[in-house]
Design a protein around this ligand. Structure first.
Ligand code: PRX
Length: 567
């Protein structure tokens, strides 16, 4: 049965208690996402239903039922408890998209600890700043990533346990390391799940800003209410769906809609833990008979590039509903998807801090290709004047997106950084930091970010982090990092550097610097181009004028430099 009701009707009748009722949650009850995503589904008679169909490199396959998920998350929770991990301790998940990541996430929540998922391609420095900020007690990882942890171990006295999920006994375990094999462990039938409350912390996701270190976005168990309902209504997941969310749980889409949303609804989901290729993705859809697909614009643009012939070679007729998030979804991509898949990708807009979808192309609503759609019912949104923060109420006039705080999945603070959190509010509105306008039918159209953060392939990269890392390279004297336009990734990282005396500008050095950043930070943060400069443009007070370099890259008018100089 479809979950679809008209947007207008949903708006009229809306109350978040709709989700509370469906989840049998009463105010004041305990609410634990781990329980909701496994035990409750088993209680509803779906213990033997497939929860996860996982495929890794070389086509290896593993399948887990909801009862398997329940047992494995119990077993992980119990293992962590025996190590001495306590309520609200931070436990980092630092793994590829392997089953242990998904079960581990729920296990941590069942224990009442806080899950801190981090993208496994992060280098040691990216890892270190995030573990340091969170003062993480334990990290669950794989052999292939453990060397990055070992490298920074001395600087992390708070990190007591390094749990390796694929230890084979070949090399001895080192200081603080312990082996845990999820599938071989004696499964724990009954685990006393932590009676977490609505406001108990659940997940800590790190996101990058323009300045300063990455911020830990703190979410709570009550986020389930929005994640459940948006999944049900916007992704329209139904009992017999086979769902594929292509996002990595190192990022918020991979947890909100790659774990919590689908599993709280008892839906079968598939995970493909291999790199991207159009061929492997289409094969996966065909083989798994994917019905609902949630992906990102960069992937869609890459598929467009791969052409239509390859689509014709596959049977993709199982697809019935497609959605996208992470960056602007250009009109061409929407029109193309409708043509080649018979279904348009529906754009959704939200962010790590919002925890769940905010603006959506609600199923059934008229699609305006290129638009982010309208506010999800229960979300009060507006376009605000950039100075007064009052709603603009003028069709087509650009301003800042603003949301009235109070939806269930909203972040509760930035970890150990309440001051920055408070700065996200003006005049009673939460400001996500993006600019947009509203058209005559109430649709939102994205214009751009209101800061210098780079969105590359749907991943936010802080220019500050890359600039700082560049300065650690022996040849670099000064650095400035900006976004450069890119056909597929929308933006890529570009660095401008001046060299220390004694260093020659060369292609070889450019490659060395690129690799240095890739290893230290991540492949996403690696500049795709490095331009050598004799000097960098600076304000009178000596601050590098990043905006000037940005304007140059985008072929924009530089405008009045005298105002920039006073920045
Ligand atoms: O700038 C917006 C852009 O991505 C930012 C959020 O990034 P992150 O916190 O990493 O979360 C990504 C996935 C939820 C936003 O502030 N963004 C996200 N969705 C869209 C978008 N920009 C345009 N259109 C979208 N649909």
């Amino acid at each position: 049965m479809s979950n679809i009701e008209s947007y207008e009707k949903r708006l009229k009748d809306f109350d978040w208690s709709i989700a509370e009722k469906e989840l049998d949650y009463n105010k004041g009850d305990s609410i634990n996402i781990g329980w909701y995503c496994s035990d409750r589904i088993c209680k509803q008679g779906k213990a033997d239903k497939k929860a996860l169909i996982w495929e890794g490199l070389g086509g290896i396959e593993k399948t887990y039922t909801f009862n398997d998920v329940r047992l494995r998350s119990n077993t992980i929770a119990s293992f962590l408890k025996n190590l001495g991990i306590k309520t609200e301790d931070r436990v980092c998940l630092f793994m590829d998209k392997i089953p242990e990541l998904y079960m581990g996430f729920l296990g941590i929540l069942k224990l009442g600890a806080i899950a801190q998922p981090l993208f496994s391609a992060f280098g040691d420095e990216s890892l270190h700043v995030r573990l340091d900020n969170a003062q993480t007690t334990a990290i669950i990882t794989q052999r292939k990533h453990v060397s990055k942890v070992r490298k920074i171990l001395d600087q992390m006295p708070y990190l007591k346990h390094i749990i390796i999920v694929d230890y084979e006994g070949k090399n001895p375990l080192r200081e603080r390391e312990v082996a845990f094999n999820m599938d071989d462990a004696i499964q724990v039938e009954n685990f006393e799940i932590s009676q977490t409350k609505a406001e108990s912390p659940s997940v800590l996701h790190y996101t990058s800003g323009t300045t300063g270190q990455p911020k830990g976005v703190k979410h709570v168990h009550y986020s389930l209410i929005s994640q459940y309902l948006t999944t049900k209504w916007v992704l329209d997941l139904q009992d017999d769906d086979i769902y594929w969310c292509t996002a990595d749980p190192g990022w918020v889409t991979g947890t909100s809609y790659g774990i919590i949303g689908p599993w709280s609804l008892g839906i079968t989901q598939c995970v493909l833990d291999t790199g991207f290729s159009a061929e492997s993705w289409y094969k996966f859809i065909q083989k798994r008979k994917i019905t609902v697909w949630y992906s990102a614009p960069t992937a869609i643009r890459s598929l467009m590039k791969a052409g239509e012939n390859i689509i014709k070679e596959h049977d993709l007729s199982s697809l019935r509903h497609l959605a996208s998030v992470g960056e602007p979804l250009n009109a061409e991509a929407v029109i193309w998807s409708e043509k080649v898949f018979g279904k348009a990708f529906l754009d959704t807009y939200w962010q790590t801090e919002t925890g769940s979808m905010m603006l959506t192309n609600y199923p059934g609503m008229k699609i305006k290709p290129g638009s982010m759609g309208k506010p999800f019912p229960g979300i009060t949104a507006s376009i605000l004047d950039t100075k007064t923060f009052e709603p603009i109420n003028e069709i087509g006039k650009p301003g800042l997106i603003g949301f009235k705080p109070g939806w269930p999945a909203m972040m509760r603070t930035y970890w150990r950084n309440e001051e920055t959190y408070q700065k996200k509010f003006e005049n009673g509105w939460y400001l996500p930091g993006d600019r947009a306008y509203i058209d005559n039918e109430g649709y939102y159209w994205f214009i751009g970010r209101d800061d210098d953060v780079i969105n590359t392939g749907g991943h936010l990269v802080s220019p500050f982090e890359v600039e700082s890392a560049l300065l650690e390279h022996e040849a670099v004297a000064e650095s400035a990092v900006v976004a450069k336009p890119d056909d597929v990734n929308m933006e890529v990282v570009k660095a401008f550097v001046t060299l220390k005396p004694g260093n020659e500008a060369s292609d070889e050095l450019e490659l060395k610097i690129m690799n240095f950043i890739r290893k230290k930070l991540s492949p996403l943060a690696m500049p795709q181009e490095i331009e050598y400069m004799d000097t960098l443009p600076k304000t009178r007070s000596g601050k590098i004028m990043r905006r000037l370099l940005h304007a140059k890259e985008w072929g924009e008018e530089i405008g009045d430099i005298s105002t920039l100089e006073d920045d």
